[in-house]
Every structure is written in structure tokens, then in C-alpha cells.
Design a binder for this molecule. Structure first.
Ligand code: B3K
Ligand code: ZN
Length: 897
């Protein structure tokens, strides 16, 4: 398939004003009657009408009620003899499709006997012939007809205007969406579902009905999602003045879904994973994810639906902005400054472990890409998470109030339109003409056009004679595919200075600067290199740079261990405090990996301690510090991931990284044993379960403590803690504690792991989302003498396994290939062969999911031998298949380039 280029964008030659769809729903053969009113776009030169279609059977085409000539050009239906002139005309197209055979889960499909749709990005063309592009916005009326007993609930976008009985036990429902929308926001659902309902009144006094539809047995697990939805409605009105614009807002859950959820107008469709929760079946992380995904989809109603994308290159216009909004929503709900910081650290961790590698690998692309072959491959962490960071920088450059003003202007200008990333930044800047954003606007936009993660180098020099400290910040950005030269970015760097002996925050007095002096400020770096000179300093300070992770960059700064220990103990910025601990651990890991003296013994373990006594002591102080929250402690005491460590190295030996990190963990487990025992005892739940940040932080820390105690016990051959973990596993009052105990047993290699896993399966055999966890835990377990791959192969044979269900496929295959580097990167390349088989197998069923899996080897060029050659062969094996989807073809072609 040819690449599509942003520069080739042209406005549509035709507009579709109204669409009237009638569905006769049948799993084997659904009939779709599509009546459209079209007119020529007077601004574009006359040309034939080309409608997109895919996997459709065309039965009839009529213009203004009569027959017409048409031809097919590939997948497109081409109409050349349409009425001349500006007058609108009617086009009627009758097609059929086969939802039961739709394993791609794009377009109209059946999941457990219920019909669902997924149209973004280009699924609507699998339902009917259409101008399947986001800048064509139409008014929709939809009539659904189906067997009443099998499909009692019939839903589509907007308001229900009519319903009733038909002959032969069938019935119908007619829905009208009062808002114009692009076709990717169309949805229908038909099946046996029940709803939790909630009436709310908005600030403006309007009544709305909120509904969460699930399968009958799942109603008891919808309370949290409904609460999250109510919070979302309130939050968007309070923070941005954006009200709910519909009488009825529906969420429907399905267990067969390619991604997390979809923001169809008024009818969000969700993966059950992001709706269903009870304390018995869902972990704290699940509860938090549900809150943020419900928020995300709801916030799309304004950022995505009311104002949508002109073309798919502008995807981050809605996704980056909406991720920013859901991150802010979660922080605002979390409340305390400490809980906000924890959320920020978690978000940055995702960015650095997933997006930074993407930005440094073969799939690197700008936040606003210049070309793609398959748009589904560009729903990436760059578009979403880096896009959110780019919005966050704008927010910080214009202030919270300034950003709210900018959003207001954005909607005043563009409500009801399909627009570009440029339009968004322009509105934020225009509403804040004196801000650094407006001042550096053209340069700031490079964040949208240049791929790659910038590096900022910070070097400090203290001059005792002048009592001044010069901090030089310089930036660079490595080439990425298709972009060899990079221009300097606008990089907001928040910084502070700390007294090296007392840890106190120092006033930031710039030379020749009058006015109030603060202890934290933002410097906007625009040049390749800039130097700031701070005065009135009695001794060399410790710089705290990039506070709160104020820009999505890598910060190179040469700290001494003592400086990092000072920051870890005293930095007023919680992010940099955590970061100091991560830097200490990272440098220790990197030294141990590089140090040829540090040999692993025959048992694959390191023979001597890797962590310095100072580091261990610092970790003990954090753990015991009464002024810190449990959630924050858990983050500090968690070592950087193997993936993050690998990104810091030019040549990656995945086994050595794994061995070093395991040895570091074991040392932390052994040397802090009494402290872990204390942490476990002190952070037990009292009272009922609540998924709030404080109590979930306590569970996270006690879970980590139990894990460490089991690791230590396993090393010492002591059965006490595994026994306690098993007991906790049995009696736990919630899934978080139960799953943490099970993880501790499995990950420490305890003999009690097998009976616990068996018991867990028996207990939860009727809970698919819990069985996903059961699969994922085993596929993600630490490797012992190559045992994980055989386990994974067995899991694929398990009666509960199905490759067709994306959640299940992800729980086994992705957990192994993408989230378990120590087990996946085998010297015999068997992990890679397994990967290539699964990519090929999945591609025949579901190209979107297959292409995600295909990305597991993105970073193969960094691998040392023999892994590098093994990985290249496996990718080449996939690429050699003649029948690949565009999705997988694009990923493997780029990987080999
Ligand atoms: N907009 C959808 C993602 C659609 C993915 C299509 N391959 C969900 C979201 O970002 O909210
Ligand atoms: Zn989104």
C-alpha cells in the first residue's frame, strides 16, 4: 500500500449533509440501507465522487430515486454522472456485511451474541460506502431493526425518537443525533444488556441521563465507572466550563475490543477492563485506570467530537489534549500535593519506558506525523503521551488560568469544525499574547514537527570569589528516520538550588535582576546553549533541574553520589526527589553491567553486592520516613525497569540487565529485611476497601514489602514469609492484596506458587478479567532456567485461551514478548521464533492487534549478539510472508530499514 502524506491534504470535493441509516441486524448477513444527502464543495474543482468501502457486498445504488451508473476502483465506489450544480441530491446505497465473521473487530462485529461497532479510524467503510474521513461531518438518523428476544436493547448515537414492534418477533428503534459528526464517531450496539442509570443536573440546570450498559451478570461491577462518569461531567464543567451537550450519555462494555475504549458521540464503547470493577475482582490499578479512561472518553466529547481533526495527521489534536485532560482530572481528584506528584511520576514513567524508546527507534514520528501507510499504527505513545506533554508545556507556559482562557478561545473559534494542531496552539497563544508561548510560537511548534527526544545537558560552575553559580543548559536532538537535522526546541526548564550541607531551598537571584526572589522558577531554553548566573551563594549549591519533569527531554547532568543523596533526602520537588533515587539506582546498574569483574556465578546470580551501603541506607530512610506517603515510598523503592535501563545503553545484553536488576532487588530485599517487615505490619488495611490514593498507596507499599520478604526468604531458604504470603492470598479481602500476595509467591519462585495459582483459577474461573491476570502473571514471571517460554506455550493450549479475544491474547503473548525481557530475549532465539509465529497467526485474524505485537522487537538493532541476529532473522521471517496486512507490513518494513 502507498504512503499517505500530510502535504497532500485536499478538502473533500463533496459534502455529506445528512445520513439516514437503516440496519436489519443479523449476525450472518446484516443489511444496511444508507440514504445520504450530498452536495458539491464549491471550493474544490469538480471531480467524481469516490466513496470508501471494505468487505461489503453492494446490492444497489440510486441517485434521486433512480438508477445510476457507477464503477469500482479497488475498494472505492466511483460515481461520475452526478447532477451538476450546487443543488443537494439524494444518494441511496444498499449493502450487506457479515458481522459474525468479522474477527478484525473493525466496523460492525458480534461479541458474545451482541452487536458492536468500532469505526475509528477507518471502520465506517466496513459498514457502508462513505467519505470515510474526519473532515466530512454529517447529521445522522439511525433505525435499528432486529429480533426482539435476542436483541432487546438497540442503541445508537444521540436521542431515541421512536421505537416499537415489527412483524415476526422483530422490533425497531430510531435514534437521531442532534450534533453533526464525522463517521468515525458513529456507533451502534444491539443485544441483551442491562444498564445502571443515574440522573444528573448540570450547573446550567439541564437534566441528563447517564447509563452504563453491561451483560446482565455484571451490573454489580458498574458503580465505580458510574461514579467516574459523574465526576467527569462535574470536572469538565468546573475546570473548563464545558457542559454535557446531550440528554443521554451512554457507556457500553464489551469483552472483545481492540483497545481501551472509544468516544463515539453519546455512546462510548468500552473494553470491559475499563468498566467492570469490584473490590473482589479488580486491583487498585484497575480502579485508577477505569477512572482515567472513563474521564478520557468523556472529555473527548469536547476535545475530539465537538472540535474534531481535519485529517488523521492531526490525531494528537484530540488525543494529546485529551490525555492531558484525563491526567489533570486524575490529579485534581487525587487531591493532595503528594498524591498529585505520585500521579505525575507514574505518567512520566510511562512516557520514558514506552515513548522514549519509540522516539529512538524505527517507528519514531513527530507528534503530527508527515506520512503513514496504515493509520492504525499511529495510535502511539508519541501521539498520546508525548502529545499530552506538548499540551502540558503550553499549559505551564501560559499558566493554569491562561490555559483555561486559551481553551475558551479554541472553542469560540472552532466549535463544530475539523481543525489542525496549528489551530489549537494558535488559540492558546492568542489568548495569552504576553506569554512565552506567544513570544516563541513558531519555534514552539517544532514540538509538533520534529521527532526524537531532545537531550538537555546541564553543567554548573561555582565561583567562590563572586559567590555566584553559573548553570549552562544546552540542547541537542539525535536524527530520526527521515529527519537528519533538528532545530532547537522551546524547552521550559523548571529549576531550584539546594544547600548542599543543610538541604535547604536557596533563593534564585539572577545576576542583574531585580524583584522578588523565589526558590523555584522556570527558565525557557530556546537557544542551543544558554547560561544562567545565580548570585549571593555562599557555597556550591546542588541544582534541581527539570522539576516536575517540565519538558519531555532526557536530562544529562553529572551529579556526584553525595549530591543525589542530598536531593533524595531534601528536594522540595517530589518528582526530582524520586528522580534522584532512580538516578542512583540507574548508575549503579550501568556500572555493574559494564564491569567485567562483576561476573555472574553458575547459578546466574551476581556473587557480591552491587548497591552501595549509602544507597541502601538512603532507601531505608525513605521507607521509614514518617513525613512521606506510602504511595511515594513505593515508587522510590521500585528500581528502574529493565526496559528503562536498556534505553540508557548503546549495546544491550538483556540477560545481563536482568541479572543485575534481580541482584539489586535481592540485595534490597535482604539488607532491608526488618524494614520490609515493619512496612508490611504498618500498612495493613483497616476498615472497608476504598480505592483512594492513600489506601491504595498503603496496599502498594505493603505489597512491595511482602514481595521483598518472599525474595529474601527464598534466598535464605526460609519458609515463614512465603507461608504468610500464602495465608494472605487465601484470606485477602480485596483483589489488590490477594494478587500482590500471589505475585510475591510466583515472582520469588516459591513452591507455594503452583497451589496458589490453581486455587486462584478455581476461585475466578467465571471472571474473564481475573483470568486475564492469571495468564499475564505466569507469562510475565521471572525466568528460571528458561522455564517461562514452555509455560507460555502450555498456556496457549489452555481451554480458557483464545487468540481471537484481544484481552486474552495480550494477557499471554504481550505479557511475554513485550513485558518480560529477561524471559523473552533467549540466547537460543526461541522467544523470537515464538513471537514471529504469533504475529503471523494473529495477523490473519486481527491486523491491528498483530501490528502492536510486531512492535515488540522495535529496538532489535541495540541488542548484542547473539540476540541481534536472532531478532533480525525473526523479523525477516515475518516480512517474507507475502500475505501480510498493511499494518504488520509497515511495522516490519520500518524495523528492517
Ligand atoms: N480514539 C480511540 C482510539 C481509536 C483507535 C483506533 N485504532 C480511543 C481513545 O483514544 O480514546
Ligand atoms: Zn483518546
Amino acid at each position: 500500500a502507498p504512503a499517505i502524506h500530510r502535504a497532500d491534504y485536499q478538502a473533500p470535493a463533496w459534502w455529506i449533509d445528512t445520513v439516514d441509516l437503516t440496519f436489519d441486524l443479523d449476525p450472518a448477513k446484516t443489511r444496511v440501507l444508507n440514504k445520504m444527502r450530498l452536495r458539491r464543495n464549491p471550493d474544490v474543482a469538480a471531480q467524481p465522487l469516490r466513496l470508501d468501502g471494505e468487505a461489503l457486498n453492494l446490492a444497489r445504488v440510486m441517485v434521486n430515486g433512480g438508477g445510476t451508473s457507477f464503477k469500482m476502483d479497488g475498494n472505492q465506489l466511483v460515481l461520475e454522472n452526478l447532477p451538476e450544480g450546487a443543488e443537494p441530491f439524494d444518494l441511496e446505497i444498499f449493502t450487506t456485511c457479515a458481522p459474525a465473521k468479522n474477527t478484525q473487530l473493525m466496523g460492525l462485529y458480534v461479541s458474545q451474541g451482541t452487536f458492536f461497532t468500532q469505526c475509528e479510524a477507518e471502520g465506517f467503510r466496513r459498514i457502508t460506502y462513505f467519505l470515510d474521513r474526519p473532515d466530512v461531518m454529517a447529521s445522522y438518523a439511525v433505525t435499528l431493526r432486529a429480533d426482539k428476544a435476542q436483541y432487546p436493547v438497540l442503541l445508537s448515537n444521540g436521542n431515541l425518537v421512536d421505537s416499537g414492534a415489527l412483524e415476526d418477533g422483530r422490533h425497531f428503534a430510531k435514534w437521531v443525533d442532534p450534533h453533526k459528526k464525522p463517521c468515525y464517531l458513529f456507533a451502534l450496539v444491539a443485544g441483551k444488556l442491562v444498564a445502571r442509570e443515574q440522573k444528573i443536573k448540570s450547573r446550567s440546570g439541564n437534566d441528563h441521563l447517564l447509563q452504563v450498559y453491561v451483560r446482565p451478570g455484571d451490573l454489580g461491577k458498574t458503580e465505580h465507572a458510574m461514579n467516574a462518569l459523574m465526576h467527569s461531567v462535574t470536572w469538565d464543567e468546573a475546570r473548563f466550563g464545558l457542559p454535557l451537550d446531550l440528554e443521554r450519555f451512554m457507556i457500553v462494555a464489551t469483552s472483545d475490543f481492540n483497545m481501551g475504549a472509544m468516544e463515539n458521540k453519546g455512546l462510548n464503547i468500552f473494553n470491559t477492563k475499563y468498566v467492570l470493577a469490584s473490590e473482589a475482582t479488580a486491583t487498585d490499578t484497575d480502579f485508577a485506570n477505569i477512572e482515567s479512561v472513563v474521564g478520557h472518553e468523556y472529555f473527548h466529547n469536547w476535545t475530539g467530537n465537538r472540535v474534531t481533526c481535519r485529517d488523521w495527521f492531526q490525531l494528537s489534536l484530540k488525543e494529546g489534549l485529551t490525555v492531558f485532560r484525563d491526567q489533570e482530572f486524575s490529579q485534581d481528584l487525587a487531591g493532595s500535593p503528594s498524591a498529585r506528584a505520585v500521579k505525575r511520576i507514574e505518567d512520566v514513567r510511562v512516557l520514558r519506558t514506552a515513548q522514549f524508546p519509540e522516539d529512538a527507534g524505527p517507528m519514531a514520528h513527530p507528534v503530527r506525523p508527515d506520512s503513514y501507510i496504515e493509520i492504525n499504527n499511529f495510535y502511539t505513545v508519541t501521539i498520546y503521551e508525548k502529545g499530552a506533554e506538548v499540551v502540558r508545556m503550553q499549559h505551564n507556559l501560559v499558566s493554569r488560568e491562561g490555559f483555561a482562557k486559551g481553551m475558551k478561545l479554541y472553542f469560540e473559534r472552532h466549535d463544530g469544525q475539523a481543525v489542525t494542531c496549528d489551530d489549537f496552539v494558535q488559540a492558546i497563544a492568542d489568548a495569552n499574547p504576553l506569554s512565552p508561548l506567544a513570544q516563541h510560537l513558531p519555534q514552539f511548534k517544532r514540538w509538533y514537527s520534529q521527532a526524537g527526544t531532545p537531550r538537555v545537558r546541564a553543567t554548573g560552575h561555582y565561583d567562590a570569589a563572586t559567590r555566584s553559580y553559573a548553570l549552562t543548559l544546552s540542547q541537542s536532538c539525535a536524527p530520526t528516520p527521515g529527519q537528519s537535522e533538528k532545530q532547537p526546541f522551546v524547552i521550559p526548564v523548571e529549576l531550584g538550588l539546594i544547600d548542599a550541607s543543610t538541604g535547604a531551598a536557596l533563593p534564585l537571584q539572577l545576576a542583574n535582576e531585580a524583584g522578588a526572589v523565589t526558590t523555584s522558577r522556570v527558565v525557557v531554553l530556546t537557544e542551543a546553549s544558554q547560561t544562567l548566573t545565580f548570585t549571593n551563594l555562599d557555597a556550591e549549591p546542588v541544582p534541581s533541574v527539570l522539576r516536575g519533569f517540565s519538558a519531555p527531554v532526557v536530562l544529562d547532568i553529572e551529579y556526584t553520589d553525595a549530591q543525589l543523596l542530598t536531593l533524595l533526602a531534601h528536594d522540595a520537588d517530589a518528582f526530582n526527589r524520586w528522580e534522584a533515587g532512580q538516578r542512583l539506582a540507574l548508575r549503579t546498574a550501568i556500572h555493574a553491567i559494564a564491569d567485567s569483574e562483576q561476573q555472574t556465578g553458575a547459578h546466574g546470580r551476581f556473587d557480591r553486592n552491587i548497591l552501595s551501603p549509602e544507597f541502601v541506607e538512603a532507601m531505608r530512610s525513605v521507607l521509614r520516613n514518617p513525613a512521606l506517603d506510602a504511595a511515594f515510598k513505593e515508587l522510590v523503592l521500585t528500581l528502574p525497569s529493565e526496559t528503562y535501563i536498556a534505553e540508557q545503553l548503546d549495546v544491550v545484553d538483556p540477560q545481563r540487565i536482568h541479572a543485575v536488576r534481580e541482584a539489586m532487588r535481592e540485595q534490597l530485599a535482604l539488607s532491608l529485611q526488618p524494614d520490609w517487615a515493619w512496612a508490611w505490619e504498618q500498612h495493613q488495611d483497616t476498615g472497608g476497601y476504598r480505592p483512594d490514593p492513600v489506601s491504595s498507596g498503603r496496599r502498594a507499599l505493603s505489597g512491595l514489602a511482602l514481595h521483598m520478604l518472599c525474595i529474601a526468604a527464598q534466598r535464605a531458604g526460609d519458609g515463614v514469609w512465603p507461608g504468610k504470603a500464602y495465608q494472605r492470598f487465601k484470606v485477602a479481602a480485596n483483589m489488590t492484596d490477594r494478587f500482590n500476595a500471589l505475585t510475591a509467591l510466583v515472582a520469588s519462585g516459591s513452591e507455594l506458587a503452583a497451589p496458589a495459582l490453581a486455587r486462584f483459577h478455581t476461585l475466578f474461573k467465571d471472571e474473564p478479567l481475573v483470568i486475564d491476570k492469571w495468564f499475564a502473571l505466569q507469562a510475565g514471571a521471572p525466568d528460571r532456567a528458561g522455564n517461562v517460554l514452555p509455560t507460555v506455550r502450555q498456556l496457549l493450549q489452555h481451554p480458557d485461551f483464545s487468540l481471537k479475544n484481544p484481552n486474552r491474547a495480550r494477557s499471554v503473548i504481550f505479557s511475554y514478548c513485550s513485558a518480560n525481557p529477561g524471559a523473552f530475549h533467549r540466547a537460543d532465539a526461541a522467544g523470537y521464533v515464538f513471537w514471529s509465529d504469533r504475529v503471523i497467526e494473529l495477523d490473519a485474524l486481527n491486523p491491528q492487534v498483530a501490528a502492536r505485537l510486531a512492535r515488540a522487537l522495535d529496538r532489535w538493532k541495540k541488542l548484542a549478539e547473539p540476540w541481534r541476529s536472532g531478532a533480525r532473522e525473526a523479523i525477516a521471517r515475518v516480512a517474507a510472508r507475502p500475505d501480510l496486512s498493511n499494518d504488520v507490513r509497515e511495522v516490519v518494513t520500518r524495523a528492517l530499514a
